[in-house]
Design a protein. Structure first.
Length: 269
């Protein structure tokens, strides 16, 4: 596979993203994934089962309906969204740090005609594609627990890819600024945990205190949840749904640009 060479790729500073290079990076990740898919699939199966048992049967016995949905239906799309978040941001965060600080993998990749933008795009796109497996497994588990989705549930893989790409870019951006493994706690506890709690995943955000409500409204996971909910159970407000989609897409762009800039600073002297 050949790709056009650009002189500034030697420094990794090109913003040009060549589709062939990105495809080669995705294929490389796929070859690695073939050896670890079983563990990923196991976690993708066990996690939603745990949520549905704990929240669906636990809180579900106390709460019969939320936002016009049964509580099990309400948390179904929230659980899908959490799977998308975790399965994209964590691999990008952890792998990005390990490959840069411990393995030195990026030094080898960037010695080839590969730019930082292509490297970030290829890895993030792979994580986004991989989360479709997580989203589909979670959807099937929800159906086994009695959730009845509408025809729009077929859009779940597309939504997962779009949202997963942004979360992966964000994970790579955080991984790029980390100087020690001890700093994982700052990202996980300070960013990721608030993201999945304040996102309308297990309860509506309407009754949150003003500060937390603001956090939820700017949280891209909240908008991902709302898009999933609209697709899976029918659009109730087309204008609001388009707004949620616009936020998710805008987040992708911001996360990608930020990721490229921070990643570039981290890997290029």
């Amino acid at each position: 596979m050949t790709a056009a060479f650009h002189p500034d790729k030697i420094r990794g500073t090109s913003w040009i993203v060549n589709a062939e290079v990105v495809a080669a990076l995705v294929f490389r990740e796929w070859r690695v994934f073939r050896h670890v898919w079983a563990s990923v699939a196991f976690g993708s199966l066990l996690e939603p089962v745990t949520y549905f048992v704990a929240f669906g049967y636990g809180y579900g016995a106390l709460v019969s309906e939320l936002a016009g949905l049964s509580y099990l239906e309400f948390i179904a799309t929230g659980t899908i969204a959490i799977g998308v978040l975790f399965s994209s941001i964590f691999p990008a965060l952890i792998n990005g740090y390990v490959r840069r600080r411990i393995q030195g993998l990026y030094d080898g990749l960037l010695s080839a005609p590969v730019s930082v933008a292509e490297l970030l795009t290829g890895e993030s796109l792979w994580y986004a594609l991989r989360v479709t497996m997580v989203a589909l497994i979670t959807t099937v588990v929800a159906m086994l627990f009695g959730v009845r989705f509408g025809a729009g549930v077929l859009l779940v893989p597309v939504i997962a890819i779009v949202a997963g790409f942004g979360f992966a870019c964000a994970g790579a951006a955080f991984g790029a600024v980390m100087r020690s493994a001890h700093q994982f706690d700052f990202v996980i506890v300070g960013v990721i945990v608030p993201m999945f709690i304040c996102a309308g995943t297990f309860f509506p955000i309407d009754n949150l205190p003003a500060a937390l409500y603001f956090v939820a409204r700017v949280n891209p996971l909240y908008h991902c949840v709302e898009v999933l909910r609209a697709a899976a159970f029918g659009v109730t407000d087309a204008g609001a749904t388009l707004g949620h989609i616009a936020v998710v897409v805008a987040f992708d762009g911001i996360a990608w640009i930020t990721g490229v800039l921070l990643f570039r600073d981290a890997v290029i002297d």
